[in-house]
Design a protein around this ligand. Structure first.
Ligand SMILES: [Zn+2]
Length: 407
C-alpha cells in the first residue's frame, strides 16, 4: 500500500526526523545492487511506513521486506518498487503485533532479473509511543524517559532507579539487564490506552521483562516520589526474575513472582496489613496453592493475593534468606511444579509451611482454627459411634433386669 498524497508533507518531515538513526547507504561488494535513503516512521497504534531507493542497472524480479520485532518471528512483505526503484510501503502495526517500545529490525531482500539475490544491511527502530514527547536521562545500565514534566522529575526517576539497581539484584543474586529502560506516563489512562492500542495485556504491573522495559504511570501528587520508590523496584524485580529464569519465567508461581517483587519495594504497602486482617477475621485467606498460576481477577481478590504473597514471601525470606530463595528459584527453573518445587527445596510441603506462616507471622491459632473447622464433623462422628453403644448398654441393662418366667 502506498502513501496517500495528502499525508506526504507529514511523511517527508517524519522521514527527516528518523533518517538520522539509519545508515544512509548500503552496498554489497559483489553485486551492483545498492540501497539508499532507507527510512522508517510510525504512528503509534497505526501504520508503519518503510521507505528506500534501489540503485541498480539491472531488472528487479522481486523485493521482500523482512520485519522482525525483538523476540518475535519474521514477517515478510512483498514490495513492488516504482520504475525509478523507489520503495514506499505501509504496514499496519496490528499485523506486526508490535509491543510498545519494542525494538524492530528490518531488511530488504532483492532478486534481480538474472536471479541474483541481494540482502541489505539490517536496520532498526524503536516502536515508541510517539503520542508524547519523551525526555530522556541516562546512566550506567539505565535509561529513564518521561513526558510533560520538568527535569527534576526525570532526575527523581533516575535516582530511584539507580538505588533500585544497587539494592534489588542482591535479593535474588540476579544479573542486571543492560540497559534497563523505564518510561513513566503521567496519566494512568494514557498508559492503559498505550497497552490497548497495541492489544497488549501487561497483567500484574507493567514490566515487559524480555525487552528489559518498565512502563509506569505516576500521576502528579505529593506522594509521587514514594510511588516511584514502590513501583520501580517492584517492576525491576520482575525483570531480574526473567534474567534468572528466561523460558521458565512465565511458569514461576504467581505468589513467588509478586511476593518477591513486593519485598523489593522500598516501603511496604500500608494497606496490605488491613486486607490481611480482614481476611483473617472472615476466614477468607486464599490457600497459597490456589495462587500458583494466577491471581484472582476481581480487584479485592487480587489485592488480597498481593498482600498474602508479600507477607508470605517476607516470612520465607526471613527464614531462608537469599540462598534459600535462590534454591527455590532454581527448582522452578528446573521444571518443578508449584508445590513440588517447594517440597524438594525445603523438605516441607507448601501447605504445611503456609500453616506455619499463618501461625507465626499472622498470629493465627491454626490448631484452634482446625478444631473449629473440624469440630462439627467430630461431634457427628462421636454421635454416630455413640448411638450403637447406647443401644447396647440399654439392651444389657434390660436383660439384667428381666424376671425369669415360670414355665
Ligand atoms: Zn508485579
Amino acid at each position: 500500500m502506498y502513501l496517500r498524497r495528502s499525508s506526504l508533507a507529514v511523511f517527508i518531515l517524519a522521514i527527516f526526523l528518523t533518517l538520522t538513526n539509519l545508515p544512509v547507504i548500503s552496498v554489497q561488494a559483489d553485486t551492483n545492487i545498492q540501497m539508499e535513503d532507507v527510512a522508517v516512521f510510525h504512528e503509534f497504534g497505526g501504520l508503519v511506513t518503510f521507505q528506500g531507493r534501489i540503485l541498480t542497472d539491472q531488472d528487479i524480479q522481486s523485493v521482500f521486506l523482512s520485519i522482525q520485532p525483538a523476540g518475535q518471528s519474521i514477517r515478510l512483505v512483498e514490495i513492488t518498487p516504482s520504475a525509478q526503484g523507489e520503495i514506499l510501503v505501509q504496514v499496519d502495526s496490528d499485523l506486526l503485533a508490535l509491543r510498545a517500545f519494542t525494538m524492530v529490525f528490518f531488511w530488504f531482500e532483492i532478486t534481480s532479473g538474472g536471479g541474483e539475490k541481494w540482502t541489505s544491511d539490517t536496520y532498526h527502530f524503536s516502536y515508541i509511543d510517539n503520542r508524547f514527547d519523551w525526555e530522556t536521562l541516562e546512566a550506567t545500565n539505565l535509561q529513564v524517559n518521561w513526558h510533560d514534566r520538568d527535569r527534576n522529575f526525570g532526575q527523581d526517576i533516575l535516582n530511584v532507579a539507580q538505588q533500585a539497581l544497587d539494592t534489588v539484584p542482591s535479593l535474588v543474586q540476579a544479573n542486571i539487564p543492560n540497559p534497563v529502560i523505564i518510561y513513566v506516563y503521567r496519566d494512568p489512562a494514557d498508559l492503559q490506552s498505550a497497552l490497548s492500542l497495541v492489544q497488549q495485556s501487561w497483567v500484574a504491573g507493567h514490566a515487559n521483562p524480555d525487552l528489559g522495559i518498565i512502563l509506569l504511570s505516576i500521576p502528579d501528587s505529593p506522594s509521587q516520589r514514594m510511588e516511584l520508590e514502590r513501583q520501580i523496584p517492584h517492576e525491576l524485580m520482575h525483570l531480574l526474575l526473567y534474567q534468572k529464569t528466561v523460558d521458565s519465567y512465565t511458569s514461576l508461581p504467581a505468589w513467588l513472582k509478586e511476593g518477591l517483587a513486593s519485598i523489593a519495594e522500598f516501603y511496604p504497602n500500608p494497606d496490605y496489613p488491613r486486607a490481611l486482617d480482614k481476611a483473617i477475621h472472615s476466614n477468607g485467606l486464599i490457600p497459597l496453592n490456589q495462587l500458583c498460576s494466577a491471581f484472582p481477577s476481581d480487584a479485592s481478590g487480587a489485592f488480597l493475593a498481593y498482600a498474602q504473597s508479600s507477607s508470605f514471601m517476607q516470612y520465607l525470606y526471613n527464614q531462608v534468606g537469599t540462598p534459600g530463595v535462590v534454591n527455590l528459584l532454581n527448582a522452578y527453573d528446573n521444571g518443578f511444579g508449584c508445590e513440588e518445587g517447594f517440597k524438594s527445596t525445603f523438605g516441607i510441603s507448601l501447605t504445611d509451611y503456609e500453616m506455619r506462616w499463618r501461625q507465626e507471622s499472622l498470629g493465627m491459632d491454626v490448631a484452634g482454627l482446625a478444631w473449629r473447622n473440624l469440630g462439627p464433623y467430630i461431634l457427628i462422628g462421636l454421635a454416630l459411634l455413640g448411638f450403637p453403644l447406647a443401644v447396647g448398654i440399654i439392651s444389657i441393662w434390660k436383660r439384667r433386669n428381666q424376671v425369669p418366667s415360670e414355665g
